[in-house]
Ligand binder design. Sequence first.
Ligand code: F6P
Length: 319
Amino acid sequence: IRRIGILTSGGDAPGMNAAIRAVTRVALANGFEVMGIKDGYRGLVEGNYIPMDKSTVSDILNRGGTVLGSARLTEFKDLEIQKKAVQTLQNAKIDAVVVIGGDGSYRGAMALTKLGINCIGLPGTIDNDIPGTDFTIGFDTALNTVVEAVDKLRDTSSSHHRCSVVEVMGNRCGDLAVWAAISCGAEIVITPETGYDELDVLERLRYLDKAVKKRHAIVVISEKIADVDELARKISQNTGFAGRATVLGHVQRGGSPSPRDRVLASMMGEKAVDLLMDGVGGHCVGMIDNKVTSMPIEEALSSPRHSRKDLYRLFDRLV
Ligand code: F6P
């Protein structure tokens, strides 16, 4: 290979820029040329490429978002579009691509590899929902954002004998919620893994109010499970707490990446280039048991997601 392309796809995540920088600098240091592909798979198909040199990636390590832009292109599942993408890459003399994104992005990387362009996937999402790694790029920063917000909500909830219902992102994965709940000492955590029973939640809050005499209560809940405004209303009607709902929303996706995310992204970016130099394609990079590893994307996508049973048990023991 002589020329490596790099793209970010799906929801952006803090640390994506650190990964772009690492791939670019390690590739350049090894004598490759690097092309940045704008706006994910859309830019890839349309040939929206920009040459990257050392200075293109200066001053981006500490910036959130992705300087290459990102998009979700569902049509990329279509074989004709994939073939068009391969043609466009070949015209630009790009022999290999590093894709930073979620599982949809990994599928695209796998498809391109099968069509002759070696691709490596890096897990970039705040959700921590990608198999093949213990942690994704962006999760730690988003967790810090959530924890800061919940700590603040706790202050005001405590002053007013309120229950704060805080909705966090996660794309059907409870990691952000349960890590935040443990970090913040939340009273209740509701995720796709715990399931949701409204009556149980109200009962527990009544107990915390009457028997435990809590001054406040924090409920951390993953998105797409319940209408949090409705739940807050029911809490006000059925428990001694006044309920208030806060949807943290896209604020969780922004901000300067934490040092941990910067280092994780840099290590993964380096590994992606090493794999391409070894002629490997169709693999994804992960951090497993504190070691940077890689495995075929197919294997990662068909393996079960990491179990967080230990964390849920810990949460239950701490409340
Ligand atoms: O995958 C990242 C994520 O932020 C999810 O947590 C969330 O469900 C989704 O993206 C939101 O997507 P959008 O930015 O398209 O609204």
